[in-house]
Ligand binder design. Structure first.
Ligand code: 13P
Length: 249
């Protein structure tokens, strides 16, 4: 059975003190649920978060990393550095990184390789823009994103990949894909993976939906058979709201 996962991408929110407060509140809401909970605070808060969550089943992820092991890359963070503060999961390919930091599918393939070589788990994000959906290109765009960044991987490597479908037009806009739109795309993604690899592998991959998920719409979205959870932005910054989503299966 594939895992149900709810991950909170804090983006560039919460300073050190606010982060400590939020982590403490999350811990108090956390029960031993079926659902795997992951939080992705900013780099400056990762160590404090992994320390505070030691012994709990909440995992901590980074929001980005560089593909090189080390070296002259001012401002960047390596997989080794993340591992050294107890972080074993990284979000790669978020549309904000693609749009504002020019991250390409080719660059992302390198980052995915570096993460997997360092035994990290990857939450790989992708999704079409509004213009793609309006012109009916969404499936082609999504298939190309997955193919270019992930289809060089061996079947075994996929045990450390979580997918997150995040249509760009639904991120931070209050506009959510309907449960049917999410299901259609997730089923298409799973079929695309089955065609490249096999159905067993495709059925083992958790595919999360992201884009304006809230406690009011999470249940309907998560009820769809190919939606295995969510990647939550804005609503992950409040512990009660986030856990209302976590408990929406
Ligand atoms: P929102 O939930 O704020 O729309 O953000 C989604 C997202 O980008 C998560 O990575």
């Amino acid at each position: 059975m594939r895992k149900q996962i709810v991950a909170g991408n804090w983006k560039m929110n919460k300073d050190f003190v606010d982060s400590e407060i939020l982590v403490a509140k999350l811990l108090s809401q956390h029960k031993h649920a079926q659902t795997q909970v992951i939080i992705a605070p900013p780099f400056t808060n990762l160590l404090a978060a992994t320390n505070a969550l030691k012994g709990s089943s909440i995992d901590v992820a980074a929001q980005n990393m560089h593909f090189a092991k080390q070296g002259a890359y001012t401002g960047e963070i390596s997989a080794d550095m993340l591992s050294s503060v107890g972080v074993k999961t990284v979000i790669l390919g978020h549309s904000e990184r693609r749009a504002y930091f020019n991250e390409t599918d080719e660059l992302l393939a390198q980052k995915v390789n570096a993460a997997l070589e360092n035994k990290m788990r990857v939450i790989f994000c992708f999704g079409e823009e509004l213009s793609d959906r309006k012109s009916g290109q969404q499936n082609d765009v999504v298939a190309a994103q997955i193919q270019k960044a992930l289809f060089h991987l061996s079947p075994d490597a996929w045990s450390n990949i979580i997918l997150a479908y995040e249509p760009v037009w639904a991120i931070g806009t209050g506009e959510t894909a309907s449960p049917e739109q999410a299901q259609d795309m997730h089923a298409f993604i799973r079929q695309t993976i089955a065609n490249q690899y096999n159905a067993q592998l495709a059925n083992s991959i958790s595919i999360l939906y992201g884009g304006s998920v809230k406690s009011s719409n999470a249940k309907d979205i998560f009820s769809k058979p190919d939606v295995d959870g969510g990647l939550i932005g804005g609503a992950s910054l409040d512990a009660e709201h986030f856990y209302a989503i976590v408990n929406s299966f």
